[in-house]
Design a protein around this ligand. Structure first.
Ligand code: SAM
Length: 278
């Protein structure tokens, strides 16, 4: 009987493994985020009822389920393990959340993530970094990305929190826990034909922006004079900067190949705009 039991287990395990998805890359073993970390990840991302959250490598579904339960968030999780996908979908039905969330057996590298307003992940460090191009290509500016423990190298986090958690000893052997929050930047690099407020210039100006992920620098050519930009900030599609040696702050919203905004100089607001020229 023991042998039969063992063979049954082998066959069952064989079936279970055959039913799992063979991914382009295994992004890490199943290790659930402690529930307190899940709560912090959702809180830092300011997840709400209008968000669509995708958890990459969703395990038992706890991040997506918690967001739906606490904040009414919609979304889905992708996971390669058949048994975890089943368990997460069963939990969604049991908790009355199946109209808002679902779990799909799929390789995260092949998943269309363009609907997301929030991405969550607890994956191996090299995988997190392999995803950077996918994030920039598929996600809209302003989408929040929350990563448990591992950073997107070269991206400046919007928030970064470090804490000690006893629960993590079993998982990683240390208590250190990190949460990184990023906001996907709009693409602003290039030459822009700018129409500045009359107090700045009555001539068309040229705005030159250089960009490395969330870091932006540049200058504006005003009446033939090149003026460097200072305090340049880009959060999602919101750009702000100052002109060196001049008063006032420019803010603007990037909408693909145009920017529209205002210059606030001592409380007086005047519009400015720019169109991408190359
Ligand atoms: C560390 S667990 C995180 C689970 C869950 N997100 C959480 O924080 O509790 C990582 C999960 O990713 C899954 N996984 C690994 N590679 C994957 C891939 N290429 N596509 C989808 N899921 C993957 C694993 O099976 C595992 O369940």
């Amino acid at each position: 009987m023991k042998l039969v039991g063992f063979l049954t287990l082998l066959i069952f395990t064989g079936f279970a493994q055959a039913a799992d998805v063979e991914p382009i890359k295994n992004a890490g073993p199943y290790v659930p985020s402690p529930q307190s970390v899940v709560a912090d990840m959702l809180r830092y991302a300011e997840v709400g009822p209008n968000d669509f959250l995708i958890d990459l490598g969703s395990g038992d579904g706890r991040i997506v389920l918690t967001a739906a339960k606490l904040f009414g968030t919609r979304g889905f999780g992708v996971e390669i393990k058949e048994n975890l996908v089943r368990r997460a979908n069963e939990a969604a039905h049991k908790e009355g959340l199946a109209d808002r969330v679902k779990f799909v057996k799929q390789d995260l590298f092949k998943t269309d993530i363009s609907k997301a307003t929030v991405i969550t992940m607890y994956l191996l460090p090299d995988t997190v970094n392999l995803l950077k191009d996918k994030f920039l290509t598929e996600l809209r500016p302003g989408t929040r990305i929350v990563s448990h423990d591992y950073p997107l190298t070269g991206w400046i986090p919007e928030k970064y929190v470090q804490m000690d958690l006893e629960d993590k000893i079993q998982i990683s052997g240390v208590t250190t826990t990190l949460i990184y929050l990023y906001v996907v930047p709009a693409k602003v690099a290039g030459r822009w034909n700018a129409q500045m407020p009359p107090a700045v210039s009555r001539q068309p100006a040229t705005l030159r922006l250089r960009q490395q992920m969330t870091r932006v620098s540049g200058s504006v050519v005003l009446d033939g004079e090149e003026v460097p930009l200072e305090d340049v900030k880009l959060r999602g599609d919101r750009l702000s900067f100052k002109l060196a040696g001049r008063k006032g702050e420019f803010t603007g919203q990037v909408k693909g190949s145009s920017i529209e905004g205002t210059l606030d100089a001592g409380g007086t607001k005047t519009p400015w705009s720019a169109a991408l020229s190359g």
